[in-house]
Ligand binder design. Structure first.
Ligand code: ACM
Length: 536
């Protein structure tokens, strides 16, 4: 010991110098000449996120993810899964090991806490020592993770190791959704989409805190879900699609995979069997479902309103009971959507009779009815939700019918077609899409307030917002992405962010910042001229 006494003071400066050199080395390693500017650039501001967070308090030193960073989760096994999901994303692009560990300070922490966060809210605290996400539920942590992703440079979304620095601005984000229901609908009937394609869309929806995937499982052109008691629905009724393609259907195992994957991204699957119209696929599969006992041929066109279940026949209700029972058994979620739109081949009294008989079946199998807003022209069941898909120019009487139902307790999901139908063309030049509700450029899709949209509707009746994607012209994931992005991000913001945070000017700047992320994720979006995208 003694001899060292004298040397220690001389070694210390050496040590310090070595440490300093090492630190400089780390910086040099992380910063290529072209990235050095980025090293100096401030990190992404805490409010440059979609959906706009409820409250942001910037300040303090940024946190920097390094090779030494750990992901600490001191919660349930489910919270650990959220931590593993985050670490999985960060490991690919940073190249850092980012081990998942338990309790401890510093690094990236995910904490469950009994605080007042709501069912899906979270708080993000960032400072020199670490970044902490706190939530009451794993869903809240998951939504916080999506915010964290957007606060890191766009390169975080790449699949291979990229240069940092990986900094998160200092401060606090406190966030929770405006609406409990924030949906996207995919029509898998007009064109069929594989489990892999649906999973890809689920991952994209999760980026923006969407929490419901509504699958339009049946229509005139195709029946897409296996029903054991009526097997020809899927094998015959599912064998076509618009344009004459092969179609397809989900086996029950396929469907469970979709439901499980959606749950892992905190989305609830809302299955829809559209009735009593939009039923040619079922009617062509079973002659006995037709009033005249004759099965019509399969249909691969795009007209609507020509088919109807046979309301007076008893077998219709055996069919409905079987289908709803089997579908409810596949559905951990609360809702079962029974369609009810465009029943132009069903008389009004028959429509009311049909809905009076079918809604209790949904309740009997433990689910809550959602119907398109034409359901408000019948007698919506207690607790039912109506999905409004009218337009600005929809007649006052129809709007008032919906508003009156809302005042009487029917909850509303807002999907105004001339704003949020993702299948409308952006411009006349859009390569796919329809135009019956008008052209819907990005600004039009975003620039409306769900809380003030329908006159005479109490605030409490609006349960959320959903962006439907009908697929008459949509054949693959590239088509889905072209129509959904960028408009889906706006729909998600309308569902999540408080009214006072909405506004086109701020939104379009935040939207522009998503472009490079989508490029890195391989999302093939429409580069609308209304948005100041950074150059590629
Ligand atoms: C619909 O667009 N027919 C709901």
């Amino acid at each position: 010991m003694r001899p060292n006494h004298g040397t220690t003071p001389r070694i210390l400066p050496h040590l310090l110098a070595t440490l300093l050199l090492a630190a400089v080395g780390v910086v040099a390693l992380d910063a290529a000449p072209e990235a050095r500017a980025a090293t100096q650039a401030p990190p992404i501001p805490l409010d440059r996120v979609i959906p706009a967070p409820a409250s942001v308090t910037p300040g303090g030193t940024p946190y920097r993810i390094t090779r030494a960073t750990r992901v600490r989760v001191d919660g349930s096994a489910e919270a650990r899964r959220v931590g593993a999901y985050l670490a999985g994303i960060l490991r690919r692009s940073t190249g850092y090991p980012l081990p998942l560990t338990g309790h401890g300070k510093g690094g990236i922490r995910l904490r469950l806490d009994k605080g007042d966060f709501g069912a899906e809210g979270y708080r993000l605290d960032s400072g020199a020592g670490g970044v902490t996400l706190t939530a009451r539920t794993p869903a809240g942590l998951f939504h916080g993770v999506q915010t964290l992703r957007q606060l890191l440079p766009p390169a975080v979304e790449k699949k291979t190791a990229q240069r940092g620095p990986w900094r998160i601005a200092g401060g606090t984000v406190q966030d929770r959704p405006r609406y409990a229901y924030r949906g996207a609908m995919l029509d898998v009937s007009r064109h069929f989409f594989t489990v892999a394609q649906v999973k890809r869309y689920i991952d994209q929806l999760a980026l923006y805190k969407v929490n419901a995937l509504h699958l339009h499982l049946s229509d005139d052109q195709g029946w897409r879900i296996a029903v054991d008691s009526w097997p020809r629905l899927a094998t015959y009724g599912g064998a076509n699609e618009v344009g004459g393609g092969r179609g397809g259907h989900y086996t029950k195992a396929d469907y469970r995979r979709i439901v499980r994957y959606a749950a892992s991204r905190y989305l609830e699957v809302v299955p829809e069997i559209d009735m009593p119209g939009h039923t040619n696929a079922a009617l062509s599969s079973y002659a006995e479902l037709n009033c005249d006992g004759v099965a019509p041929p399969p249909y691969t066109g795009t007209k609507v309103g020509f088919s109807s279940l046979c309301v007076p026949k008893k077998i219709t209700y055996d069919f409905v009971d079987d289908v709803i029972r089997e579908l409810a058994a596949l559905t951990p979620g609360r809702y079962l959507h029974i369609g009810g739109d465009e029943a132009h081949s069903t008389s009004h009294p028959d429509y009311v009779t049909f809905m009076d008989r079918v809604q209790p079946v949904v309740a009997r199998y433990g689910k809550t009815v959602i119907g398109w807003h034409q359901l408000t022209g019948a007698r919506p069941a207690q607790g039912a939700l109506a999905q409004y898909w009218g337009r600005d120019r929809t007649g006052a009487a129809e709007k008032e019918q919906v508003a009156k139902a809302a005042r009487n307790g029917t909850g509303l999901i807002l999907s105004p077609a001339d704003h949020i139908y993702l299948d409308m063309k952006y411009t006349n030049d859009s390569r796919i899409g329809l135009t019956w509700a008008g052209l819907v450029e990005v600004r039009r899709s975003y620039d409306w307030n769900p809380g003030a949209y329908l006159a005479g509707v109490p605030d409490s009746a609006v349960r959320g917002v959903e962006a439907p994607l009908w697929t008459e012209t949509v054949r693959d994931s590239a088509d889905i992405e072209y129509l959904a992005f960028p408009r889906l991000a706006g729909a998600a913001e309308l569902g999540w962010s408080p009214a006072e945070r909405l506004g086109w000017d701020g939104y379009r700047a935040r939207l522009a910042a998503q472009g490079p992320r989508w490029d890195n994720l391989g999302i093939r979006y429409y580069r609308s001229p209304q948005v100041p995208w950074p150059a590629r």
